[in-house]
Each structure stands twice: as C-alpha cells, then as structure tokens.
Design a protein around this ligand. Structure first.
Ligand code: NDP
Ligand code: 2IT
Length: 450
C-alpha cells in the first residue's frame, strides 16, 4: 500500500482504538483511493487525508427525560459535524441502544462521501442517542425528542447543520423534534430538519426515497451487466423499516418476487411472495414484531435469529438487499449466498457487509451496489426538501420521483466512470469511493488549509 495512506491509517487506528466501526469505514475508503493518492503527491504535504478523517466537531450531550413511571432516565446524545466542505452538515439521527461514538463517526464519515455523490450542495454529519424507542409510549417518545432537541438546537440551523431520520427516527420523531425547535427558536425554519410530515413542510417521495433509490441504482447496475432486469428475480430484503419497505415496493413494481424480510429477532420466508401491505400494517401502523406475519399467513416460515449470521442470508436468492444495520452480513452469510447462486447485492443499510464479506463478494464477481452510492436517494430527496422549504413551495410526487431517478442514474454513471478510469472491472465499491473522493479533494484544495 502507498506509504502515505499506510501512515495515516496507522495513526487513525492508534488514536481511535475504541472505535472499530469508524476505523472500518475509513480503512475501506482510504484503501480504495490509492490511485488518486499516487497521482497527487502534494496531498500528503497538506494533510488531506488526516483532515478528511477528523471531524470538524463532535458534540456529546446529556439527554434526560421522565418516563411514564415518573422516573428520570439519562441518555447520551451525539452530533458529529464531520465536513462542511460542500454544504451544511447533513445527515440523519439514529435512536438505538447500540449508538456510541464509533457508530456515529462511521456514519458521519460515510455521509460525506455519499452526499458528495448526490451532486447536491450538502456536507456530512450524523447524530443520535443510545435511547431505545421500542416499547416506549408515544408520550415518552415525545418527551425524549423534546429533551434531545433542547440541546441540539444550539448547534443546528438550515444553513449550518440539517438533521433527518435514520434507525428509530421516522416521521413521528421528526415532528416532535421540529416542534420543539420551533418553540425554542420562535421561528418557522422548515429547512432545519428533513423528513418532515407532509402537512408542515415535508417533501413527497422522502418516505420512499431511500428504498426506491436503491432499486433505481440496482436497475442501472444490472442493465449495464448485460441487460439484466428485476423481472422474475427472487429477492430477499433484511430489515422491515423505512428503507426495506420501500425497496420492496419498487422491486415488486419491477416484477421481482420478494420472498423474505426480517427484523432484529428473525426473518419471515414466504415462498409465495411477501404480502407487503401486511408488512406495512405490522411495522408502520402497529409497530409489532415481524413474527406476527404468520398470524395471517400460516404457510410462511419464521426463522429466529440465533447468532451473528442472520437466517435470512441462508435463503436462496438472486438478489440480496441488506437494509437493516451495519455489519449484518458476515463472511459466513456471504459464502452461503454465493453458494446458493447469488447474482447481485445492494446495500440499503449503511456498511451492512463486514469487510471480509465485501471482499468475498467482490472476489466472487457478485455485482455489489455499495451503500454510499446505492442508498443516497434518501439524503438526495432530503436536499430537495430543503430546496422546497427555501422556495416556500411544494413539488408534485412525479417531479421529485423523476429527479430522484435522474440522481441515482447519475450516481451509477459516476461509479462506472471511476471503475473504467482505473480498470476496476465492476468493483463499484472502489468506484464510489474514488468518485466521491475526487470531488471532496478538489473542494478541499480549493478552500485552502482549514
Ligand atoms: P428503521 O428504524 O425504519 O428500520 C430499521 C430496521 O432494521 C428494522 O427492521 C430493525 O429491526 C432492523 N434493525 C435495526 N437494528 C438492527 C440490528 N442491530 N440487528 C438487526 N436488525 C436491526 O430504519 P431505516 O430503515 O431508516 O434504516 C435502515 C438502514 O438504512 C440503516 O443502516 C440506516 O442507516 C440506513 N439508511 C437509512 C436512510 C433513511 O433515509 N432512513 C437513508 C440511507 C441509509 P427492529 O425493529 O427489530 O430493531
Ligand atoms: O444514512 C442516510 O443517508 C440517512 N439516514 C438520511 C440522511 C438525510 O439527511 O436524509
């Protein structure tokens, strides 16, 4: 490996020993961009990689709230303002018990590259809390969101930092967060947060955007690999949240047969094809476990998760779409998918494949749509929501969906161009990293040593 990259990675690993996910994310990007670093020996002198990997700012704060039993509970809140190189910090908020500094920094770091690929003026950030919204009452969720925003409001604005949703933060939570921001600041500042409800400043297609965008990207990648289409293909999708549900909806529209979906407890396998309306009812309305699917479809199977190797990846499929969480797809799972004849894999979640799984899939010529490119549709429509808020205007569904489609085509073309330039075959993982890096490096050099 190039000595400058090697040196920086070594320093980052020593300095951030307690942050394995952050190290994993940086390692993947920096290991991909060797040709660019070799072509630009000047980058070392201006510490370009060191600056890219160090967040501009990381805020950690106390989030106390009173639960329904009257007890005060204290959680930890985070916001990493990673890079403002090409626009205001932009990225979601995650509420999940696993949230820690490493998770927030990996997500913030990847967001910089993803946002650069959208072609829209947004920098990179991420935030969240180790709060578990599962099994909490609506009133508890509201009080928690209000407490979280009471601190976060000091650090954000439509031109500084614009949060949105992620795991555990959907339209309900965004509403409570926005309401509290408005109350404290005494201002209607629609563009300060995205993923808002349609009645008070949200954008059509934002809810569908990540899942639809993933399928648009996959459609382009498959088409480019000899005119392959979704029609008639078997698809398995992990997760049953926002990204998974709308990936499923678009895959079905394109004629695919989705046979499995999951949550953190296990997966359902319905060889007749998943009943998406039922999944929406279970997950979006009732907020129940996916296992209750069998109450209406007793023919389907429920496979409980017993280890790190999620049972969903043992099901034979043409296309696998991990849409739940980081490192959910292990080397064992990748081996099983490949031995069952996998054709392509699209990362709806952020960093869903372990490093070893990614390497194995690429070595076995699986078409791999990397998260930074393939799931960028959500943040892209967030940026379009910000534009509508600035204009005090709403675009129709068709207008936003068309724009999303064009953005995803353009992201695929950027990845493809980079793979062609550096003879990388169909390694779109490196292609996406290189394309985003080239843009960010240019912006960094242009703005001087800051
Ligand atoms: P949701 O909260 O709507 O859904 C998350 C889903 O993933 C649930 O089914 C959840 O199951 C499952 N899940 C979460 N954590 C784990 C875990 N540790 N192990 C197994 N399953 C888990 O989140 P989203 O759909 O919004 O996000 C899913 C992924 O997509 C995340 O990686 C997120 O960062 C990424 N993403 C989201 C975007 C967005 O716009 N929302 C945009 C781009 C990427 P359970 O209910 O049992 O916890
Ligand atoms: O990971 C992501 O890109 C998101 N959770 C969406 C971020 C956003 O600002 O819409």
């Amino acid at each position: 490996m190039n000595t400058y990259i090697e040196k920086v990675l070594k320093e980052i690993k020593t300095k951030n020993k307690q942050e394995p996910e952050y190290i994993q994310a940086v390692d993947e990007v920096f290991s991909s961009i060797e040709p660019n670093i070799i072509a630009h020996p000047d980058y070392e002198k201006v510490a370009l990689l060191e600056r890219l990997a160090e967040p501009e700012r990381l805020v950690i704060f106390r989030v106390p709230y009173v639960n329904d039993e009257g007890k005060t509970i204290v959680h930890r809140g985070f916001r990493v303002q990673f890079s403002s190189l090409i626009g205001p910090y932009k990225g979601g908020l995650r509420f999940h018990p696993d949230v820690n500094q490493s998770i927030i920094k990996f997500l913030g770091f990847e967001q910089i590259f993803k946002n650069a690929l959208t072609g829209l003026p947004i920098g990179g950030g991420k935030g969240g809390s180790d709060f578990n919204p599962k099994d909490k009452s609506n009133a508890e969720i509201m009080r928690f969101c209000q407490s979280f925003m009471t601190e976060l409001q000091r650090h954000i604005s439509k031109d500084i930092d614009v949060p949105a949703g992620d795991i555990g933060v959907g339209e309900r939570e965004i509403g409570y967060l926005f309401g509290q921001y408005k109350r404290i600041k005494n201002i209607y500042e629609g563009g300060v947060i995205t993923g808002k409800g349609l009645s008070y400043g949200g954008s059509l297609v934002r809810k569908e955007a990540t899942g639809y965008g993933l399928i648009y990207f996959m459609r382009e990648m498959l088409k480019n690999a000899g005119g392959i289409t979704f029609n008639g293909k078997t698809v398995t999708i992990s997760g049953s949240g926002n990204v998974a549900i709308y990936a499923c909806e678009k895959a079905l529209e394109y004629g695919a047969k989705v046979v499995a979906m999951s949550d953190s407890d296990g997966c359902i396998y319905d060889k007749n094809g998943i009943d998406l309306n039922l999944i929406k009812e279970i997950k979006e309305q009732k907020r129940e476990r996916i296992s209750t699917y069998l109450n209406s479809h007793p023919d389907a199977q429920y496979l409980k998760k017993e280890s790190n190797d999620s049972p969903i990846w043992s099901i034979k499929t043409d296309i696998a779409l991990p849409c739940a969480t980081q490192n959910e797809l292990t080397l064992n799972s990748a081996r099983e998918l490949v031995s069952n004849g996998l054709l392509a894999l699209g990362e709806g979640a952020n960093m869903p494949c372990t490093k070893e799984a990614t390497e194995y899939l690429l070595a076995n010529n699986i078409l791999l749509a990397p998260a930074k490119a393939a799931n960028a549709g959500g943040v892209a429509v967030s940026a379009i929501e910000m534009s509508q808020n600035s204009m005090r205007y709403y675009f129709d569904f068709e207008v936003v969906d068309k724009k999303l489609n064009e953005i995803m085509i353009n992201i695929f073309l950027q990845c493809k161009k980079a793979t062609e330039k550096y003879n990388l075959g169909t390694n779109y993982v490196s292609g996406a990293n290189i394309a985003a890096f080239e843009k960010l490096a240019d912006a960094m050099i242009s703005q001087g040593i800051v």
